[in-house]
Design a protein around this ligand. Structure first.
Ligand code: SF4
Ligand code: SF4
Length: 124
């Protein structure tokens, strides 16, 4: 018997470069394993910063100013990820090609073809 073949899923609104964004779209941020590792590291640093700011008694304005400066420095360092692929946007900023809505496309499950969750993309 021939194996069952699925129609391609590339017309689905959840399809991103061969991967499936369905689970992330339904529960944004729930699956930590989908997160961009660079963004997760920055979030970890921010959490530490907030705790230290509270201990030091910083006002929210003071903390905001310091964090703004820190973010500028952090965003100028190299993306510490072996899979980082540079992409320049219209404003000249360097982004990672695999970064979408806070997650890494390379860490999403693959789309194995049209499934029961298939929804036609609005672009089609
Ligand atoms: S490939 Fe890009 S989006 Fe994926 S974890 Fe690395 S830096 Fe983040
Ligand atoms: S067809 Fe199914 S597996 Fe493929 S992207 Fe759409 S929802 Fe995900």
């Amino acid at each position: 018997m021939n194996p069952l073949l699925h129609m391609p899923g590339d017309a689905c609104r959840f399809w991103v470069a061969g991967s499936c964004l369905y689970e992330e779209s339904m529960n944004p941020g729930l699956r930590a394993e989908f997160s961009c590792t660079v963004l997760s590291a920055l979030e970890g640093r921010f959490d530490e910063f907030v705790v230290r700011g509270e201990i030091l008694g910083l006002t929210s304005e003071e903390a905001g100013r310091i964090w703004e400066h820190r973010m500028a420095q952090a965003l100028n360092i190299d993306w510490d990820c072996a899979n980082f692929t540079a992409l320049q946007d219209d404003a000249g900023e360097i982004l990672c090609r695999h970064f979408i809505e806070g997650v890494c496309v390379l860490r999403l499950p693959p789309c194995a073809g049209r499934c029961r969750r298939f929804e036609l993309s609005h672009d089609e």
